[in-house]
Design a protein around this ligand. Structure first.
Ligand SMILES: [Zn+2]
Length: 485
């Protein structure tokens, strides 16, 4: 019996600057100078004035020459326009390979918590989304992992939440649902095998689902089992590189539950997170070493990313639906999910528009605790940047919850702090990482942050195959990948 990924989804900042006086002049001091020391003061003053002028000139020059210029700093194509850098030739492999690795809940910035020598090898010799990878809304595990491999927003790939009810059939989707009817779009493994190439999946939401030519082949498609040690997962992927050249999968996935697992329990700023990051780094080190021993490290396009970030939550940051009873009663049967994605489907006979109006009236009244931290929308009226309305599966009423707040039905005695994700993808805390290393990626390159729906086209371009239509931009890969010869 397969076990769902990340079982606790639902339960689931910086500096002060001091300005120091550079010149501790005291006019009173100079007035008490003896005549004999005046020439010394004059010389010192002249030296200081010269230094200040020089400093100002240098500072001006620095500012002038380092004004961010997207045409030179963010685009491979233009930054190399005078000296075009091409993708590097394969030395041992006979065809391009993409290894897509997900470290669940790896919030952007975790890489600065501690030394991560192996991850830094990928960053320094590869290409990085400078301020992180932007997840899709809702910033939950299943919707995001499936957006990464389909290039589609959840409204189009059908996995609109980690669990939901189909309003037409009444069927329940859970993270253990492998029936193809739920999983729309064309995931990368399907695209790859449809075009005659090989793919392997060591866990990824949707990978066990039989779709098109993909039938989750034994030995190349691992059924989810969270108890498999991470090292074993890495070693299995490494063994694919021991196969005869033509048998090596062109596309491989690898998945780790950490540091999401710890993030839900203790929040993003805790020693347990730092420890988890050290462990993830060791796994990347193990992978790099194994690839080096096989002489293929420089041949493999490694993409290390996450599905979303993490933010700290505490029980004092709660909004209770029962507190809205004076305006409208919201029974728990109406609620498909509470937090951080509030999704409500009133039964037939109720006007969703009226429910939204009454809920917002209560929330904005000033008489509901933390009411100002929740805004309820008809899904069609959500900000369009969220792309979260074009699916009948999405309940008609969606609440956007302020960062770090949670919605619950009623007050309880639970007093625990932890971490959560699922919020608006505009929150910086929901961002995750994108580090890519390999023959198609420039060394030491930074690209501006982008949404994960762009990754599908990135992978198909590296593999040189025709992808299915999706929400990503056709031209996106050109701005990130080195041009091929
Ligand atoms: Zn996740």
């Amino acid at each position: 019996m397969p076990i769902p990924l990340s079982t606790k989804e639902d339960d689931d900042e910086y500096a002060s600057s001091t300005t120091k006086a550079l010149l501790p002049f005291d006019t009173d001091y100079s007035s008490t100078q003896k005549p004999s020391s005046r020439s010394t003061v004059l010389i010192i003053s002249l030296v200081l004035a010269t230094c200040i002028a020089l400093f100002a000139a240098i500072a001006f020059g620095f500012l002038f020459f380092t004004v961010p210029d997207s045409s030179t700093s963010s685009s491979i194509a233009s930054s190399t326009s005078t000296n075009i850098e091409y993708s590097r030739s394969l030395t041992k492999l006979k065809h391009p390979v993409v290894l897509l690795i997900s470290s669940d809940g790896f919030r952007f910035g975790y890489q600065y918590k501690t030394d991560v020598p192996s991850i830094n090898r990928l960053i320094q010799n590869g290409t990085e989304a400078e301020l992180g990878l932007i997840p899709v809304f809702p910033t939950l595990t299943f919707p995001n992992h499936y957006s990464i491999v389909t290039g589609l927003y959840p409204a189009y790939h059908g996995i609109i939440n980690n669990y939901f009810t189909d309003p037409e059939t009444g069927d329940r989707f859970s993270m253990a649902s492998h029936e193809p009817k739920w999983w729309l779009g064309e995931p990368l493994w399907e695209t790859v095998v449809n075009q005659g190439l090989k793919a392997s999946t060591y866990f990824w939401p949707g990978s066990e689902v039989h779709k098109g030519s993909w039938n989750c082949p034994k030995d190349y498609c691992m059924f989810y089992n969270e108890s498999v040690p991470f090292e074993e997962r890495v070693d299995t992927v490494l063994k694919y590189f021991d196969l005869p050249a033509s048998e090596i999968p062109s596309f491989m996935t690898l998945y780790f539950e950490d540091p999401d697992h710890q993030g839900h329990k203790v929040g993003p700023d805790d020693p347990q997170i730092t420890e988890a990051i050290v462990e993830v780094d060791k796994l990347i080190g193990r992978l790099i070493l194994g690839l080096e021993q096989r002489g293929v490290f420089e041949d493999v396009n490694i993409i290390l990313l996450g599905d979303h970030g993490m933010v700290g939550t505490c029980d004092r940051k709660l909004i209770f639906l029962d507190d809205l009873a004076k305006w409208i009663e919201i029974p728990k049967e109406w609620v498909q999910s509470y937090s951080p994605l509030l999704a409500i489907r009133p039964p037939p006979g109720y006007s969703s528009k009226d429910v939204v109006a009454k809920m917002n009236e209560g929330l904005k009244s000033g008489n509901v605790e933390n009411g100002q931290y929740l805004t309820v929308y008809l899904k069609e009226e959500l900000p369009s940047r969220l792309h979260y309305s074009s699916s009948y599966r999405i309940p008609p009423i969606i609440g956007l919850i302020a960062e770090g707040f949670k919605v619950e039905q009623k007050r309880s005695k639970r007093q625990e702090c932890g971490g959560a994700h699922g919020y608006d993808n505009a929150f910086f805390s929901m961002r995750t990482i994108f580090f890519a290393h390999g023959p198609r990626f420039g060394r030491g390159c930074k690209v501006p942050s982008f949404e994960n729906i762009q990754i599908y086209n990135l992978v198909t371009t590296i593999l040189g195959i025709q992808g299915a239509s999706n929400n990503g931009s056709v031209s996106f890969p050109q701005g990130v990948l080195l041009p091929s010869h």
